[in-house]
Design a protein around this ligand. Structure first.
Ligand code: ATP
Ligand code: MG
Length: 597
């Protein structure tokens, strides 16, 4: 089903820095974007932490609100840019006093709380390398990543340390410092209380000269495919964080901005901390639980202007406040400060965009990028009209293509050459021309795997997409998820989106079940909205609905109801796990699974 284009209307507070997409694309350069930042004084380089913190203080904006921490009980603590500078200076001085050196690795295993921001930005300002971990990781994934990443320092809480680190500590001889935040009853052996160290440290710290090519961030990917890969990012990436936050998130000084991404994931750092602060925005730091009413309440009471979240969160809102419920805006909440919602991490079903427009009266902007790309690459440009179901267009400075694929579904490389597809609408592997500042510089200690990502001057993303005649990109699937059935290549996302148009369906995960006759049979796992019962009659209705929407070649042949679809911590449906369970295969690495129950 094709959805009408949604015309973008300007909200009174929209910034739209370079409002005309075509013109921005034609004139923009990364060199120009560097001039939007300050750089270190006296040409001493470029440092992410400096751009996020120091430059606002130096420009006389120290009193601006940097963090607005909303505790579980809704009480609010504000932290100004000047306070953030003092906190992060103390932290940087602690790192120095402990005897750590530039480029050594500082890991965080923390939920969203003030000390997380102190640690991340203090580490960057001190030119140490930051590696954030999901606080829900168990001991083994923590050990594996800290060993791979050569952890020297870990910042965590007493409870997390006792549960996840204490037992594996002997296996990490390089981990010389463990700093505990929050209240500490009885510091375990080999740990220090950060607050005590901070109290003795000076609140001033001068960011040292930083080469833009110095390593800044180490990010492990979401593990949708199962093997942890450590993507290396450098300080120059901040140029892309800043510019893309203008183009895709429309951020400007003092905007109240909220990113729900877990701080253990690349979005939680790049757009949960760095990019918005480089704009002088105010970050909402939600210390409470994942809960639809809490989200609506915070959006309302904190007057959030831009909300960056994931399709799974939007689908939770849709489940709680369905279309046609007649109430207009969701209940008593006032979302008039909200300009738009942006979404990332997984395909955004067109139904979700239509829902946003109808129920919230708000545009929902899809964004595509990867841990490897370090910043948003293809997105709904803030000022442009929206085509529901499309990821948008390459941002200024980004050159993308759809490449013809070979037998294995990935780009066909013939004599070292690849070929863009010949016509609009043809599916192929999505590729990008390297050259933007936040492009990863390697997978840690895995040269071969890094090199395998490139062919003929292109970075191959591993995702399949198509481009329409107007240059909009449409996500088809991950190359590793695509289903080959009776000679057709089927992207699970198309099937999932069609099922979601049915009023009973809250979420869907689609896989191919091997079949001797057709190669693979399309099978869907579906969770239902409240008020619907998992009955055979509904199953038959959904199968018929699928056939009517998609045609028999593509429609699911089998449907199972499952109210708890497996998801990664970053909110992605884990199709490989659905497939493994279906086939009775080993489940593989589940470290990034949301709730391993
Ligand atoms: P791994 O590489 O370890 O298997 P991952 O690819 O899920 O994990 P990330 O880098 O967090 O790790 O996710 C990037 C991937 O997420 C993209 O390659 C794409 O498959 C998916 N993705 C991100 N944004 C979108 C989007 N807007 N639409 C569709 N898919 C998206
Ligand atoms: Mg990936």
């Amino acid at each position: 089903m094709t959805y009408p284009i949604i015309t973008k209307k300007r909200h009174p507070h929209d910034t739209w820095r370079l409002a005309d997409y075509e013109q921005a694309r034609a004139t923009f350069s990364w060199g120009e974007a560097r001039t939007w930042l300050s750089g270190l004084p006296d040409g001493r380089g470029l440092n992410m932490g400096f751009e996020a913190v120091d430059r606002h203080v130096e420009a006389g904006h120290g009193a601006w609100e940097a963090l607005r921490c909303v505790a579980a009980d809704d009480s609010v603590t504000s932290v100004s840019y000047a306070e953030l500078a003092a906190d992060t200076s103390r932290f940087a001085n602690v790192l120095t006093t402990l005897g750590t050196s530039p480029q050594e690795r500082v890991f965080t295993l923390l939920g969203r709380r003030r000390e997380l921001y102190t640690s991340v930005l203090g580490t960057l300002r001190a030119r140490r390398v930051l590696c954030p971990l999901f606080s829900a990781f168990g001991p083994e994934p923590v050990r594996q990543r800290m060993a791979l990443g050569d952890a020297r320092v870990l910042v965590t809480t007493e409870a997390l340390y006792r549960r996840k680190v204490e037992a594996i500590r002997p296996l990490l001889p390089g981990l010389t410092h463990v700093l505990l935040v929050g209240s500490v009853d009885d510091p375990p052996a080999g740990t220090r209380v950060l607050e005590d160290l901070m109290a003795q440290a000076a609140p001033k710290f001068t960011v040292p000269p930083t080469d833009p090519e110095d390593m800044a961030l180490l990010h492990f990917t979401s593990g949708t495919t199962g093997r942890p890969k450590g993507a290396v990012h450098v300080h120059d990436a901040v140029v892309a964080h800043h510019a893309t936050a203008s183009f895709a998130l429309d951020l400007g000084p003092r905007d109240v901005y909220w990113c729900t991404a877990d701080p253990g994931w690349v979005t939680g750092t790049s757009y949960g901390i760095i990019a918005p602060l480089t704009h002088g925005a105010t970050l909402v730091v939600d210390e409470g639980e994942f809960d639809v009413h809490r989200w609506y309440r915070i959006l309302d009471t904190q007057n959030v202007a831009v909300w960056y979240t994931a399709p799974t969160a939007i689908r939770m809102l849709m489940r709680a406040t369905p279309r046609g419920s007649g109430s207009g805006l969701p209940g008593p909440y006032d979302l008039s400060a909200l300009r738009f919602i942006a979404s990332v991490g997984e395909p955004l079903n067109p139904e979700a965009v239509v829902w946003g427009q109808e129920v919230l009266g708000l545009p929902v902007h899809d964004n595509w990028w990867q841990t490897e790309t370090g910043a948003i690459m293809i997105a709904n440009y803030a000022s442009s009209d929206i085509r529901p179901g499309s990821m948008g267009r390459p941002l200024p400075g980004v050159h993308a293509a759809v490449l013809e694929r070979g037998q294995d579904g990935r780009a066909a490389v013939v004599d070292g050459h690849v070929r863009p597809v010949s016509r609009p609408g043809v599916e192929g592997e999505l590729a990008l021309r390297p050259g933007w500042p936040s492009m990863f510089r390697g997978y840690l200690d895995d040269r071969a795997r890094y090199e395998a990502c490139f062919a003929d001057g292109w970075y191959l993303t591993g995702d399949l997409a198509k481009r329409d005649q107007d240059g909009w990109y449409w996500f088809v699937g991950r190359a590793d998820d695509v289903i080959k059935s009776a000679g057709h290549l089927i992207g699970p996302f198309e099937v999932e989106s069609a099922l979601m148009e049915h009023p009973a369906v809250a979420e869907a995960g689609v896989i191919g079940r091997p079949d001797p006759v057709v190669g693979a049979v399309v099978k869907a796992f579906v969770s239902l909205k409240p008020g619907y019962e998992a009955a055979d009659a509904l199953k038959r209705e959904l199968l018929a609905f699928g056939r009517q929407r998609l045609g028999t070649a593509v429609a699911p042949r089998e449907i199972d109801f499952d109210q708890n679809l497996p998801k990664t911590r970053s909110g992605k449906v884990m199709r490989r796990l659905l497939r493994a369970r279906e086939l009775g295969l080993p489940e593989g690495d589940l470290s990034t699974l949301e709730s391993p129950a």
